[in-house]
Design a protein around this ligand. Structure first.
Ligand code: FUB
Length: 390
Protein backbone atom coordinates (compact mmCIF):
# COMPACT_ATOMS: atom_id res chain seq x y z
CA UNK A 1 0.00 0.00 0.00
CA UNK A 2 1.25 3.51 -0.75
CA UNK A 3 1.11 5.17 2.61
CA UNK A 4 -0.30 8.63 2.29
CA UNK A 5 1.31 10.23 5.24
CA UNK A 6 4.61 8.84 6.52
CA UNK A 7 7.59 10.12 4.53
CA UNK A 8 10.66 8.64 6.17
CA UNK A 9 13.05 10.41 3.82
CA UNK A 10 11.66 13.75 4.91
CA UNK A 11 11.69 12.97 8.62
CA UNK A 12 14.34 14.29 10.94
CA UNK A 13 14.60 16.23 14.12
CA UNK A 14 11.58 18.32 15.02
CA UNK A 15 12.32 21.98 15.67
CA UNK A 16 10.44 23.35 18.69
CA UNK A 17 8.02 26.10 17.68
CA UNK A 18 9.35 28.66 20.13
CA UNK A 19 12.96 27.95 19.25
CA UNK A 20 12.23 28.85 15.65
CA UNK A 21 10.26 31.95 16.65
CA UNK A 22 13.34 33.22 18.41
CA UNK A 23 15.50 33.06 15.33
CA UNK A 24 16.18 36.11 13.27
CA UNK A 25 15.36 34.91 9.82
CA UNK A 26 16.99 36.63 6.88
CA UNK A 27 14.87 38.14 4.14
CA UNK A 28 14.41 35.48 1.48
CA UNK A 29 12.75 35.73 -1.88
CA UNK A 30 12.30 39.44 -1.25
CA UNK A 31 10.02 38.85 1.74
CA UNK A 32 10.57 39.97 5.29
CA UNK A 33 10.54 37.28 7.98
CA UNK A 34 7.60 36.87 10.32
CA UNK A 35 8.70 36.96 13.95
CA UNK A 36 6.06 36.82 16.60
CA UNK A 37 4.96 38.49 19.75
CA UNK A 38 1.43 37.97 20.99
CA UNK A 39 0.08 36.75 17.70
CA UNK A 40 1.21 39.61 15.46
CA UNK A 41 4.32 39.36 13.34
CA UNK A 42 6.90 42.10 13.16
CA UNK A 43 8.88 42.43 9.98
CA UNK A 44 12.33 42.67 11.57
CA UNK A 45 13.93 42.23 14.94
CA UNK A 46 16.78 44.06 16.60
CA UNK A 47 18.09 40.77 18.03
CA UNK A 48 21.45 39.43 16.95
CA UNK A 49 21.17 37.30 13.81
CA UNK A 50 21.43 33.57 14.37
CA UNK A 51 21.76 30.67 12.00
CA UNK A 52 19.55 30.64 8.92
CA UNK A 53 16.90 27.90 9.10
CA UNK A 54 17.74 24.83 7.02
CA UNK A 55 15.75 21.76 6.09
CA UNK A 56 16.69 18.40 7.66
CA UNK A 57 18.67 17.80 4.46
CA UNK A 58 20.52 21.08 4.95
CA UNK A 59 18.69 23.02 2.23
CA UNK A 60 17.75 26.71 2.51
CA UNK A 61 14.06 27.53 2.29
CA UNK A 62 12.79 29.83 -0.45
CA UNK A 63 10.58 31.72 2.01
CA UNK A 64 9.79 31.82 5.70
CA UNK A 65 6.59 31.00 7.67
CA UNK A 66 4.06 33.83 7.69
CA UNK A 67 3.28 33.13 11.34
CA UNK A 68 4.98 31.05 14.00
CA UNK A 69 2.60 31.35 16.95
CA UNK A 70 0.21 28.73 15.57
CA UNK A 71 0.51 26.01 12.92
CA UNK A 72 -1.31 26.76 9.67
CA UNK A 73 -1.81 25.03 6.31
CA UNK A 74 -3.94 24.97 3.13
CA UNK A 75 -3.88 28.77 2.73
CA UNK A 76 -6.75 30.30 0.73
CA UNK A 77 -5.76 33.92 0.19
CA UNK A 78 -8.07 36.76 -0.87
CA UNK A 79 -7.88 40.51 -1.26
CA UNK A 80 -10.87 42.21 0.37
CA UNK A 81 -10.95 46.03 0.41
CA UNK A 82 -7.26 46.19 -0.52
CA UNK A 83 -6.18 44.06 2.45
CA UNK A 84 -4.93 40.47 2.27
CA UNK A 85 -6.76 37.75 4.22
CA UNK A 86 -5.58 34.16 4.40
CA UNK A 87 -8.06 31.44 5.37
CA UNK A 88 -5.89 28.48 6.43
CA UNK A 89 -6.41 25.20 8.20
CA UNK A 90 -5.36 25.54 11.85
CA UNK A 91 -3.17 22.51 12.55
CA UNK A 92 -3.01 21.10 16.06
CA UNK A 93 -0.74 18.58 17.72
CA UNK A 94 -2.37 15.20 18.24
CA UNK A 95 -0.89 11.85 19.12
CA UNK A 96 -2.48 10.06 16.16
CA UNK A 97 -0.10 8.20 13.84
CA UNK A 98 0.08 9.28 10.20
CA UNK A 99 -2.22 7.21 7.96
CA UNK A 100 -3.83 7.23 4.51
CA UNK A 101 -7.13 8.47 5.95
CA UNK A 102 -5.58 11.63 7.36
CA UNK A 103 -6.58 10.91 10.96
CA UNK A 104 -3.66 13.01 12.18
CA UNK A 105 -5.20 16.13 10.61
CA UNK A 106 -7.53 16.63 13.57
CA UNK A 107 -8.14 20.36 13.31
CA UNK A 108 -10.94 21.84 15.43
CA UNK A 109 -11.26 25.47 14.37
CA UNK A 110 -10.28 28.19 11.93
CA UNK A 111 -8.33 31.39 12.49
CA UNK A 112 -7.90 33.99 9.77
CA UNK A 113 -4.55 35.68 9.04
CA UNK A 114 -4.60 39.28 7.86
CA UNK A 115 -2.00 41.70 6.54
CA UNK A 116 -1.90 45.09 4.85
CA UNK A 117 0.87 44.05 2.48
CA UNK A 118 2.89 41.01 1.58
CA UNK A 119 6.10 41.02 3.61
CA UNK A 120 4.51 43.14 6.36
CA UNK A 121 3.19 42.22 9.81
CA UNK A 122 0.69 39.37 9.87
CA UNK A 123 -2.11 39.25 12.41
CA UNK A 124 -3.49 35.97 13.73
CA UNK A 125 -7.14 36.75 14.37
CA UNK A 126 -9.30 35.09 17.07
CA UNK A 127 -11.19 31.86 16.38
CA UNK A 128 -13.44 32.40 13.37
CA UNK A 129 -15.40 29.15 13.61
CA UNK A 130 -15.17 26.19 16.01
CA UNK A 131 -16.32 22.65 15.19
CA UNK A 132 -18.48 22.64 18.33
CA UNK A 133 -20.58 25.41 16.78
CA UNK A 134 -21.39 23.39 13.65
CA UNK A 135 -24.43 21.24 14.56
CA UNK A 136 -23.93 18.55 11.90
CA UNK A 137 -20.16 18.17 12.21
CA UNK A 138 -18.15 15.54 14.07
CA UNK A 139 -14.46 16.25 13.54
CA UNK A 140 -11.62 17.41 11.29
CA UNK A 141 -12.08 20.91 9.95
CA UNK A 142 -9.97 20.71 6.78
CA UNK A 143 -8.98 23.22 4.11
CA UNK A 144 -11.44 26.17 3.96
CA UNK A 145 -12.06 29.00 1.51
CA UNK A 146 -13.90 32.32 1.65
CA UNK A 147 -15.83 34.70 -0.59
CA UNK A 148 -17.45 38.11 -0.32
CA UNK A 149 -20.74 39.36 -1.75
CA UNK A 150 -22.99 42.31 -0.96
CA UNK A 151 -21.62 43.06 2.51
CA UNK A 152 -21.38 39.44 3.67
CA UNK A 153 -18.32 37.21 3.97
CA UNK A 154 -18.80 33.50 3.35
CA UNK A 155 -16.57 30.82 4.88
CA UNK A 156 -16.71 27.43 3.15
CA UNK A 157 -15.37 24.51 5.12
CA UNK A 158 -15.10 20.72 4.80
CA UNK A 159 -15.69 18.66 7.92
CA UNK A 160 -16.83 15.11 8.66
CA UNK A 161 -20.52 14.66 9.46
CA UNK A 162 -21.84 12.11 11.96
CA UNK A 163 -22.66 9.34 9.45
CA UNK A 164 -20.00 6.72 10.10
CA UNK A 165 -18.26 4.64 7.42
CA UNK A 166 -16.43 1.29 7.61
CA UNK A 167 -13.55 3.03 9.41
CA UNK A 168 -15.88 4.57 12.02
CA UNK A 169 -15.30 8.01 10.51
CA UNK A 170 -17.85 10.56 9.37
CA UNK A 171 -18.46 11.49 5.74
CA UNK A 172 -16.87 14.72 4.53
CA UNK A 173 -19.39 17.42 3.56
CA UNK A 174 -18.97 21.10 2.86
CA UNK A 175 -20.52 23.70 5.13
CA UNK A 176 -20.98 27.44 4.83
CA UNK A 177 -20.86 30.11 7.52
CA UNK A 178 -21.35 33.87 7.29
CA UNK A 179 -20.08 37.02 8.94
CA UNK A 180 -20.11 40.76 8.41
CA UNK A 181 -16.35 40.75 9.07
CA UNK A 182 -13.70 39.04 6.91
CA UNK A 183 -12.08 37.61 10.05
CA UNK A 184 -15.31 36.39 11.66
CA UNK A 185 -16.65 35.16 13.95
CA UNK A 186 -18.70 33.20 11.39
CA UNK A 187 -22.11 31.63 12.03
CA UNK A 188 -22.58 28.23 10.39
CA UNK A 189 -25.73 27.20 8.57
CA UNK A 190 -27.50 24.34 10.39
CA UNK A 191 -26.86 21.85 7.57
CA UNK A 192 -24.10 21.23 5.02
CA UNK A 193 -24.55 22.62 1.50
CA UNK A 194 -27.12 20.33 -0.15
CA UNK A 195 -25.44 18.11 -2.76
CA UNK A 196 -21.93 18.81 -1.44
CA UNK A 197 -19.45 16.06 -0.61
CA UNK A 198 -15.75 15.40 -0.19
CA UNK A 199 -13.51 18.33 0.74
CA UNK A 200 -11.23 21.25 -0.24
CA UNK A 201 -13.79 23.83 -1.44
CA UNK A 202 -12.44 26.75 -3.48
CA UNK A 203 -14.80 29.45 -4.72
CA UNK A 204 -13.97 31.39 -7.89
CA UNK A 205 -16.03 34.41 -8.97
CA UNK A 206 -15.85 35.29 -12.65
CA UNK A 207 -15.90 38.80 -14.12
CA UNK A 208 -19.67 38.51 -14.77
CA UNK A 209 -20.33 37.88 -11.06
CA UNK A 210 -21.07 34.14 -11.38
CA UNK A 211 -19.44 32.12 -8.59
CA UNK A 212 -18.37 28.50 -8.82
CA UNK A 213 -17.27 26.06 -6.15
CA UNK A 214 -14.48 23.63 -7.05
CA UNK A 215 -14.06 20.81 -4.57
CA UNK A 216 -13.02 17.22 -3.96
CA UNK A 217 -10.04 15.15 -2.99
CA UNK A 218 -9.19 11.45 -3.20
CA UNK A 219 -7.86 9.07 -0.48
CA UNK A 220 -8.76 10.66 2.92
CA UNK A 221 -10.98 13.17 1.07
CA UNK A 222 -13.28 10.27 0.00
CA UNK A 223 -13.93 11.44 -3.58
CA UNK A 224 -13.45 7.84 -4.82
CA UNK A 225 -16.39 6.75 -2.66
CA UNK A 226 -18.75 8.92 -4.76
CA UNK A 227 -17.94 7.43 -8.16
CA UNK A 228 -21.53 6.27 -8.73
CA UNK A 229 -23.08 9.53 -7.56
CA UNK A 230 -23.87 8.29 -4.06
CA UNK A 231 -21.63 7.59 -1.11
CA UNK A 232 -20.30 4.06 -0.63
CA UNK A 233 -19.36 3.77 3.06
CA UNK A 234 -17.42 0.58 2.24
CA UNK A 235 -15.57 2.05 -0.74
CA UNK A 236 -11.83 2.41 -1.29
CA UNK A 237 -9.66 4.38 1.14
CA UNK A 238 -7.40 5.61 -1.67
CA UNK A 239 -8.43 5.67 -5.34
CA UNK A 240 -10.24 3.40 -7.81
CA UNK A 241 -7.16 1.25 -8.44
CA UNK A 242 -7.68 1.66 -12.20
CA UNK A 243 -4.39 3.03 -13.43
CA UNK A 244 -5.23 2.70 -17.14
CA UNK A 245 -8.59 4.52 -16.83
CA UNK A 246 -9.23 8.28 -16.67
CA UNK A 247 -8.30 9.61 -13.24
CA UNK A 248 -10.96 10.74 -10.82
CA UNK A 249 -11.78 14.40 -11.38
CA UNK A 250 -12.28 17.26 -9.01
CA UNK A 251 -15.80 18.73 -9.07
CA UNK A 252 -17.36 22.06 -9.97
CA UNK A 253 -20.81 23.47 -9.23
CA UNK A 254 -22.07 26.98 -9.91
CA UNK A 255 -23.36 28.67 -6.77
CA UNK A 256 -26.79 30.28 -6.54
CA UNK A 257 -26.86 34.06 -5.98
CA UNK A 258 -27.31 33.31 -2.23
CA UNK A 259 -23.73 31.89 -2.25
CA UNK A 260 -24.99 29.11 0.04
CA UNK A 261 -26.38 26.53 -2.35
CA UNK A 262 -25.54 24.77 -5.61
CA UNK A 263 -27.37 25.93 -8.73
CA UNK A 264 -26.60 22.63 -10.47
CA UNK A 265 -25.49 19.05 -9.94
CA UNK A 266 -21.70 19.00 -9.54
CA UNK A 267 -19.80 18.19 -12.75
CA UNK A 268 -16.34 16.71 -13.36
CA UNK A 269 -13.39 19.07 -13.89
CA UNK A 270 -11.61 17.21 -16.67
CA UNK A 271 -7.83 17.43 -17.08
CA UNK A 272 -6.62 16.47 -20.54
CA UNK A 273 -3.09 15.71 -21.69
CA UNK A 274 -1.38 17.42 -24.65
CA UNK A 275 -3.10 14.94 -27.03
CA UNK A 276 -6.54 15.85 -25.69
CA UNK A 277 -6.90 12.53 -23.79
CA UNK A 278 -7.94 12.42 -20.12
CA UNK A 279 -5.01 12.12 -17.70
CA UNK A 280 -5.02 8.54 -16.39
CA UNK A 281 -5.39 7.29 -12.81
CA UNK A 282 -1.88 5.80 -12.86
CA UNK A 283 -0.27 9.09 -13.86
CA UNK A 284 0.41 10.27 -10.33
CA UNK A 285 2.58 13.23 -11.35
CA UNK A 286 -0.27 14.77 -13.34
CA UNK A 287 -3.57 13.45 -12.04
CA UNK A 288 -5.82 15.40 -9.66
CA UNK A 289 -5.56 14.50 -5.97
CA UNK A 290 -6.92 17.50 -3.98
CA UNK A 291 -6.60 21.28 -3.40
CA UNK A 292 -8.40 22.82 -6.41
CA UNK A 293 -7.83 26.54 -6.95
CA UNK A 294 -8.87 28.58 -9.99
CA UNK A 295 -7.82 32.02 -11.17
CA UNK A 296 -8.13 33.91 -14.44
CA UNK A 297 -5.33 35.72 -16.22
CA UNK A 298 -5.16 37.09 -19.73
CA UNK A 299 -8.55 35.59 -20.61
CA UNK A 300 -7.39 32.08 -19.62
CA UNK A 301 -8.73 30.06 -16.70
CA UNK A 302 -6.02 28.34 -14.69
CA UNK A 303 -7.11 25.22 -12.83
CA UNK A 304 -4.48 24.42 -10.21
CA UNK A 305 -4.32 21.42 -7.87
CA UNK A 306 -2.17 19.09 -5.81
CA UNK A 307 -0.99 15.65 -6.93
CA UNK A 308 -0.96 14.34 -3.34
CA UNK A 309 1.33 11.33 -3.17
CA UNK A 310 3.79 12.81 -5.69
CA UNK A 311 3.67 16.17 -3.86
CA UNK A 312 3.45 18.57 -6.82
CA UNK A 313 1.27 21.60 -7.36
CA UNK A 314 0.17 21.53 -11.01
CA UNK A 315 -1.73 23.72 -13.42
CA UNK A 316 -3.91 23.19 -16.46
CA UNK A 317 -5.57 25.88 -18.57
CA UNK A 318 -8.96 26.23 -20.22
CA UNK A 319 -11.21 28.81 -21.81
CA UNK A 320 -14.14 28.69 -19.40
CA UNK A 321 -14.68 27.89 -15.70
CA UNK A 322 -15.90 24.33 -16.40
CA UNK A 323 -12.96 23.29 -18.57
CA UNK A 324 -11.87 20.92 -19.92
CA UNK A 325 -8.43 22.03 -18.84
CA UNK A 326 -5.24 21.04 -20.64
CA UNK A 327 -2.36 19.99 -18.43
CA UNK A 328 0.57 22.43 -18.58
CA UNK A 329 3.07 21.63 -15.84
CA UNK A 330 4.24 21.88 -12.26
CA UNK A 331 3.85 25.14 -10.33
CA UNK A 332 5.74 23.99 -7.25
CA UNK A 333 8.13 21.11 -6.64
CA UNK A 334 7.64 19.02 -3.47
CA UNK A 335 7.94 20.94 -0.23
CA UNK A 336 9.15 19.56 3.10
CA UNK A 337 6.15 17.56 4.37
CA UNK A 338 3.55 15.35 2.70
CA UNK A 339 0.80 17.75 1.69
CA UNK A 340 1.00 20.59 -0.78
CA UNK A 341 -2.01 22.92 -0.88
CA UNK A 342 -2.00 26.48 -2.06
CA UNK A 343 -3.78 29.52 -3.44
CA UNK A 344 -2.82 32.15 -5.99
CA UNK A 345 -3.81 35.82 -5.96
CA UNK A 346 -2.91 39.01 -7.76
CA UNK A 347 -1.87 41.81 -5.45
CA UNK A 348 -0.05 45.05 -6.20
CA UNK A 349 0.34 44.12 -9.88
CA UNK A 350 2.17 40.89 -9.02
CA UNK A 351 1.00 37.31 -8.59
CA UNK A 352 1.58 35.43 -5.36
CA UNK A 353 1.62 31.76 -4.44
CA UNK A 354 0.57 30.94 -0.89
CA UNK A 355 1.64 27.43 0.10
CA UNK A 356 2.73 25.50 3.19
CA UNK A 357 5.49 23.21 4.36
CA UNK A 358 6.61 21.73 7.67
CA UNK A 359 9.64 23.91 8.35
CA UNK A 360 8.66 24.65 11.97
CA UNK A 361 7.89 21.09 13.09
CA UNK A 362 9.10 18.61 10.48
CA UNK A 363 5.84 16.76 11.17
CA UNK A 364 3.35 16.23 8.36
CA UNK A 365 0.37 17.40 10.41
CA UNK A 366 1.98 20.56 11.83
CA UNK A 367 2.44 22.87 8.88
CA UNK A 368 3.21 26.54 8.33
CA UNK A 369 1.93 28.85 5.62
CA UNK A 370 4.36 30.73 3.35
CA UNK A 371 4.16 33.03 0.34
CA UNK A 372 6.36 33.64 -2.66
CA UNK A 373 6.00 35.50 -5.94
CA UNK A 374 4.61 33.56 -8.89
CA UNK A 375 5.97 34.54 -12.30
CA UNK A 376 4.49 34.06 -15.74
CA UNK A 377 6.31 33.74 -19.06
CA UNK A 378 5.13 35.85 -22.01
CA UNK A 379 3.02 32.93 -23.29
CA UNK A 380 1.20 32.60 -19.95
CA UNK A 381 3.14 29.54 -18.81
CA UNK A 382 4.37 29.30 -15.22
CA UNK A 383 8.05 28.59 -14.54
CA UNK A 384 8.21 25.85 -11.87
CA UNK A 385 9.13 27.11 -8.41
CA UNK A 386 11.60 25.22 -6.21
CA UNK A 387 10.65 25.68 -2.52
CA UNK A 388 14.35 25.45 -1.67
CA UNK A 389 17.16 27.79 -2.69
CA UNK A 390 20.20 26.22 -4.28
O1 FUB B 1 -5.22 19.78 5.82
C1 FUB B 1 -6.01 18.63 5.70
C2 FUB B 1 -6.02 18.16 4.29
O2 FUB B 1 -4.69 17.85 3.86
C3 FUB B 1 -6.49 19.20 3.29
O3 FUB B 1 -7.87 19.32 3.20
C4 FUB B 1 -5.81 18.73 2.07
O4 FUB B 1 -5.82 19.63 1.02
C5 FUB B 1 -4.44 18.40 2.59
O5 FUB B 1 -3.66 19.57 2.75
Amino acid sequence: MRLRFPMPARRARAVPLLAVSALVIPVLAGLAPALFTGGTATAQSAAKPQAEPRSPEGKRYLSQPLVTSIYTADPSAHVFNGKIYVYPSHDIDVTKADDDLGNQYAMRDYRVLSMDRIGGPVKVNPVALDVKDVPWASQQMWAPDAAYKNGTYYLYFPVRDKQLDKNGLGTFRIGVATSKSPVGPFKADPKPIAGSFSMDPAVFTDANGASYMYFGGIWGGQLQRWKDGKFDPNGSDTDLGQDDQPALSGKIARLNPDMKSFAETPRDVQILDEAGKPVLGGDHERRFFEASWVFKRGGKYYYTYSTGDTHFLNYATGDNPYGPFTYKGHILKPVQGWTSHHSIIEWNKKWWLFYADTQLSNKNHLRNVKVTELKFAADGSIPTIDPFVN
